[in-house]
Write a protein that binds this ligand. Structure first.
Ligand SMILES: [Ca+2]
Length: 275
């Protein structure tokens, strides 16, 4: 066999390997594009359940499923994109429509794990999610690629007016931060009852407000509401109505009490730096 023939064989073998290789992940930022009403604008959003319309996403899990919802009946994980991609996306499934053994999705996903999900995307209350569309034909797959990669550094917001409104361009506003790990700095509670599964209104010093949702699976019932200022880290979320436009109802979904950093503690920490 001459060298030319060998080179041709290697080329064909490489080409076949390329065709058979697992598909590369989709760009999460592109999957989350929205139109003027806040509806998902990606062509695969709500497209027919056909293999050609499946998406593959890969990124860092922001939560263990049990941190957000009772896993006896619901499963939800937020995945934040890794550079050069950005943004985030949620995957959700519920027992309510699928008469199959439950849970059907892995519970061993930990915050900071790198995971991969393959499924179909659809609008739900202001977010483009991967979900089952109430059909087992649209069931998604979850693969843990690497444990303990680490959580992304939270994006810090010191002025709530930059994140509590709708901006289709995503240069600013809630869509810029949706489904990502975010720290709100220098806020206080302005109204609402404290406890697991409660939504409160928080405000910054300038008076801009946002909803802070305390996870139903958290430990907030064991603690008192902060009386003064604090920083709080959580998943920036949107849970709007089921009818357009989806322009509001942004919120920070806080997983546990220790994700709240009291101002006194912050001040003490600053003070220690000068001692
Ligand atoms: Ca949205």
């Amino acid at each position: 066999m001459n060298l030319k023939k060998i080179a041709r064989l290697i080329f064909y073998a490489s080409f076949m390997l390329f065709l058979c290789a697992p598909s590369l992940a989709d760009n999460i930022w592109d999957l989350e594009a929205v139109d003027a009403e806040g509806r998902g604008a990606n062509p695969k959003n709500g497209a027919p359940i056909d293999p050609a319309n499946k998406v593959v996403i890969q990124g860092i899990a922001l939560n263990n499923p049990a941190e957000l919802l009772p896993t006896t009946e619901q499963w939800q994980v937020y995945v934040q994109a890794e550079p050069p991609d950005h943004g985030g996306i949620a995957a959700w499934a519920g027992i309510f429509y699928a008469d199959t053994p439950w849970p059907r999705y892995p519970l061993n996903i930990q915050p900071g794990d790198r995971i991969r999900i393959e499924g179909f995307i659809m609008d739900n209350a202001g977010k483009v999610n991967i979900n089952e569309r109430h059909s087992l034909a649209a069931a998604f797959t979850v693969t843990k690629l690497q444990s303990g990669v680490g959580m992304p550094a939270p994006q810090e917001i010191t002025n709530l007016s930059i994140c509590n409104f709708f901006d289709q361009t995503r240069i600013s506003g809630g869509e810029k931060y949706q489904a990502q790990w975010v720290k709100l700095k220098g806020v206080h509670i302005s109204s609402g009852a404290w406890g697991n599964d409660k939504s409160l209104t928080i405000a910054d010093d300038a008076g801009s407000t946002l909803t802070m949702y305390l996870s139903s699976e958290g430990d907030f019932n064991d603690h008192s509401a902060p009386a003064g200022g604090f920083n709080v880290t959580g998943i920036f979320d949107q849970e709007d109505t089921y009818l357009p436009p989806w322009h509001d109802s942004y919120r920070l979904w806080v997983k546990k009490y220790s994700d709240i950093e009291f101002f006194t503690r912050v001040m003490r920490s600053l003070w220690c730096q000068f001692e």
